[in-house]
Ligand binder design. Structure first.
Ligand SMILES: Cc1cc2nc3c(=O)[nH]c(=O)nc-3n(C[C@H](O)[C@H](O)[C@H](O)COP(=O)(O)OP(=O)(O)OC[C@H]3O[C@@H](n4cnc5c(N)ncnc54)[C@H](O)[C@@H]3O)c2cc1C
Length: 398
């Protein structure tokens, strides 16, 4: 299909071919974001022969590739006291980032909990070390393109494309940590996207600025929203409210989380649609430049700042959510639910990126435990013998 030309054919048939077998593993993890790092490390710690497949040349997922640079959900407000509640592989990663000098002290968020910023370069190096120290094999620059099935409920191989061409990786268990549920979708797993009307959380093009005079900027995360409101009174338009402009480890460098990228219908860009995602990258960078000009012009301390990084990709919050044996709900988060098959916990509230705004819903503070458990059943898709999903494509409601 041509990109901008009118195609004369609606499809072509590719010739059948033999695909080289590129390896055989007990566990194959697709995607090297936070979920993939934890899944691959945990499987290797249990003595499995593990391969992690990642399309970029580094780990971290949205945390590095989309410039997120800040951990949320490690802490929770436990009956009025803010504590770190997520440990395990996360502790190993945090310690290694800290040893590289790339970890901030936790900072308060809306007076209710903590988040913790980090440097992207330190995260990438620390994540390599987490996996390699446990014996995980990593295949970078490898795009998963399809699966081959043994039976309708059993996956035999993951097909990947690299600079060496296409190859088939045989596995006993497959864990889809692609964020988009690519592997599960290739295998035919059922999934949902968005709310009942198909509205997904809006994506954001993050960016970081350097050369900030932090003494002058002060607590700019409090004053910038007021500056934006004043500008709006003069007719300036912003993509969304709820700007997050915060310092990184080195006080001259700040991250900016403020853009909101829509498709031509005004809905969230669907990052499983190649054309929408491509257009979204351009629109995200355009919004980043526009907001940066506002910062330089109006925010104290930013007059001599410059953009030090626009990340490799648009920050995607939601695409496919695979339907599993349990679907985690908003009520589970708000009521701090327990499960008999718990495999982890979440300390973050509901952060809903709706058109033009960010809407928060919190568990009761200080009356609740502040975090919910995560059941193993949300990792196991309906109808498969050797497939698990983890991270943002796991089984949960919009
Ligand atoms: C703009 C934005 C701001 C955010 N802010 C915060 C924050 O401040 N703090 C916080 O904790 N969370 C934040 N989040 C959420 C956080 O980034 C996600 O929860 C987290 O990254 C999800 O992890 P994951 O491993 O499930 O997926 P991802 O991080 O999306 O990782 C998926 C990985 O799979 C790879 N992949 C995908 N498809 C393929 C394929 N076909 N072949 C090969 N590789 C593939 C990708 O390259 C990627 O590395 C934010 C998200 C966004 C988008």
């Amino acid at each position: 299909m041509g990109i901008s030309m009118v195609a004369t054919l609606s499809y072509i048939t590719e010739p059948e071919r033999k695909t080289a077998v590129g390896g055989e593993f007990e566990v194959i993890v697709l995607g090297g974001g936070p979920a993939g790092i934890a899944a691959a490390t945990a499987a290797a710690m249990h003595g499995r022969k593990v391969l992690l497949v990642e399309r970029y040349g580094f780990l971290g997922g949205m945390g590095t590739a989309a410039g997120v640079t800040n951990f949320c959900g490690l802490h929770a407000n436990v009956y009025g006291e803010i504590q770190q509640v997520v440990h395990g592989v996360a502790d190993d990663l945090l310690a290694r980032i800290d040893r590289l000098g790339g970890l901030n002290a936790p900072h308060p968020v809306l007076g209710k909990t903590f988040a913790q910023a980090y440097d992207t370069a330190a995260y990438k190096c620390a994540a390599d070390d987490v996996l390699l120290s446990r014996g995980v094999e990593i295949s970078f620059h490898a795009l998963a393109a399809d699966v081959v099935m043994d039976t309708p409920s059993r996956i035999k191989a993951l097909l990947i494309e690299t600079k060496s061409g296409r190859s088939a990786i045989l596995g006993q268990v497959f864990i889809d940590c692609s964020g988009d549920g690519d592997l599960a979708a290739f295998a035919g797993a059922p999934y949902e996207k968005g709310d009942a009307d198909g509205n997904m959380l809006y994506p954001t093009m993050m960016f970081r600025v350097n050369g900030v005079n932090s003494a002058l900027a002060g607590e700019a995360w409090r004053t910038i929203p007021a500056l934006m409101e004043a500008a709006e009174q003069r007719g300036v338009k912003f993509p969304r409210k709820g700007a997050i402009v915060r310092p990184q480890k080195h006080s001259s460098e700040w991250r900016v989380n403020v853009t909101q990228v829509k498709n031509s219908q005004g809905l969230a860009v669907d990052a499983t649609d190649g054309r929408q995602l491509s257009a979204g990258e351009i629109e995200g960078r355009r919004q980043a430049l526009t907001f940066f000009e506002f910062l330089r012009r109006e925010a104290p301390g930013f007059a001599d700042a410059y953009i030090v990084d626009i990340p490799p990709q648009l920050g995607v919050r939601e695409t496919r959510r695979i339907l599993g044996n349990y679907q985690l709900t908003a009520d589970d988060v708000i009521s701090c639910a327990d499960f008999s098959d718990t495999i982890g916990v979440n300390g973050w509230p509901i952060e809903n990126h709706v058109a033009g705004d960010v809407v928060w819903r919190w568990p009761d503070i200080p009356g609740s435990r502040g975090f919910n458990q995560l059941p193993y059943r949300m990792l196991s898709p309906l109808g498969f013998d050797n497939l698990l999903v983890a991270g943002r494509c796991a089984s949960m409601t919009h």
